[in-house]
Design a protein around this ligand. Structure first.
Ligand SMILES: NC(=O)c1ccc[n+]([C@@H]2O[C@H](COP(=O)([O-])OP(=O)(O)OC[C@H]3O[C@@H](n4cnc5c(N)ncnc54)[C@H](OP(=O)(O)O)[C@@H]3O)[C@@H](O)[C@H]2O)c1
Length: 346
């Protein structure tokens, strides 16, 4: 099989970026033999600056630097302390931008500027960052179409769970009447531990933080905004429904106590934080709310480390997907899946 060389620049070398680099090394043979791809890292950026190579960077060397607590700018000979992310994209001779910087819902930066620069330059973009998608999805999608390149983001909505791919690819030709999702791991972990482990809200949250599922500041998760962000991305990219965060009715789980969960159990139900889009007046009504589910509901039995989505359609039936996501690897693998699809399923 002929092998195509694809040059990559990676912004953000944290939980996800580092695991993606691990995958580049681990999957090198499969990429070559099964997909005819040689993925070559030529640039990487973090808060220290950049590493920028003409030929290639060694992904394992970048991981090694990060594990030692250093930035990519410390990469021998080709480290560029203080080089900005956009400057890196301008100088890297790359085919694809991989974007894994933190989600910023105020102005989308640094991810938004990076994605715009890359698309303008005719590079494909793979991102897991919700900020730019929530704030500027239609503008970015239009720019990608104008430039004839792909904007892929299947890992941005519930990590490895194929929420976007099922909706956009597998439901082609059908009308989505409703979708329901458990799209936030932290809140599902907390509610499940409270219901099954007899924990208090504070105890379950502390456990989620200790296991690395919740941020030190978990407010975006527990107040429902992380799930709302994901719902907005689904609405725009899958349902074709133009929406912003202000269009979502949002209620988090901070008001749910052990008593509520006991009452639900006594009535043969469970409480889950459900993100929902329901067909209404030619558009969709969007909400994120703690919801009492019958035990026969496909999302009712999701365990602490699981997320899931149900699509209710007119002609393709009802489709449920569930993922066990105990660490960030499936999200990094979603970046690789997107990258493969850009080249192998144009
Ligand atoms: N973690 C998950 O399970 C998960 C799942 C789905 C989606 N996501 C999304 O994936 C993205 C990355 O998440 P993560 O957990 O990998 O985050 P993280 O561990 O905090 O890593 C963020 C990376 O971005 C770099 N960075 C931060 N600000 C920057 C700036 N201004 N310029 C250049 N680089 C900058 C950081 O640099 P330093 O290393 O120098 O600090 C770090 O390497 C986020 O948008 C997140 O919402 C995460």
């Amino acid at each position: 099989m002929a092998v195509e060389q694809v040059k990559l620049v990676l912004i953000g070398v944290g939980n996800i970026g580092r695991r993606f680099l691990e995958l580049l090394a681990r999957k090198e043979d499969i990429l070559r033999t099964r997909y005819g791809l040689e993925l070559v890292l030529v640039g990487a950026g973090d808060t220290s600056g950049a590493a920028l190579a003409v030929e290639r960077l060694d992904p394992l060397q970048v991981i090694h630097l990060k594990r030692k607590g250093q930035g990519v700018a410390a990469y021998p000979l080709v480290g560029r302390p203080g080089m900005g992310t956009v400057e890196l994209i301008q100088h890297a001779q790359a085919d694809v931008l991989l974007e894994a910087s933190p989600t910023n819902l105020r102005d989308g930066q640094p991810g938004l500027g990076c994605i715009e620069e890359a698309l303008q330059r005719g590079m494909h973009v793979v991102t897991v960052n919700k900020g730019p998608l929530v704030l500027a999805y239609s503008r970015l999608a239009k720019l990608a179409a104008e430039k004839g390149v792909r904007l892929a983001f299947s890992g941005a909505v519930a990590g490895g769970l194929p929420t976007i791919n099922i909706g956009r690819r597998d439901l082609a030709g059908s009308e989505i009447l409703r979708l329901e999702g458990i799209l936030n791991l932290t809140t599902n972990y907390i509610l499940t531990q409270m219901a099954e482990g007899d924990k208090s809200y504070a105890g379950a949250l502390a456990e989620a933080q200790a296991e690395g599922h919740a941020e030190a500041d978990p407010s975006l998760d527990v107040e429902g905004w992380d799930a709302a962000n994901k719902l907005v991305i689904l609405a725009q990219s899958v349902l074709g429904h133009s929406a912003s965060l202000g269009d979502v009715e949002v209620e988090g789980i901070t008001g749910i106590g052990p008593e509520d969960l006991k009452q639900a159990t006594a009535r043969g139900k469970v409480i889950k934080l459900i993100a929902k889009a329901e067909r209404e007046d030619g558009g969709y009504h969007l909400s994120v709310q703690p919801t009492w589910l019958d035990l026969c509901h496909p999302l009712a039995r999701l365990r602490a480390h699981q997320m899931g989505i149900v699509y209710y359609t007119d002609t393709n039936g009802t489709i449920t997907a569930i993922i066990d996501e105990e660490d960030p690897m499936p999200t990094a693998a979603a970046m690789l899946r997107d990258l493969i699809n850009v080249y192998c399923n144009p």
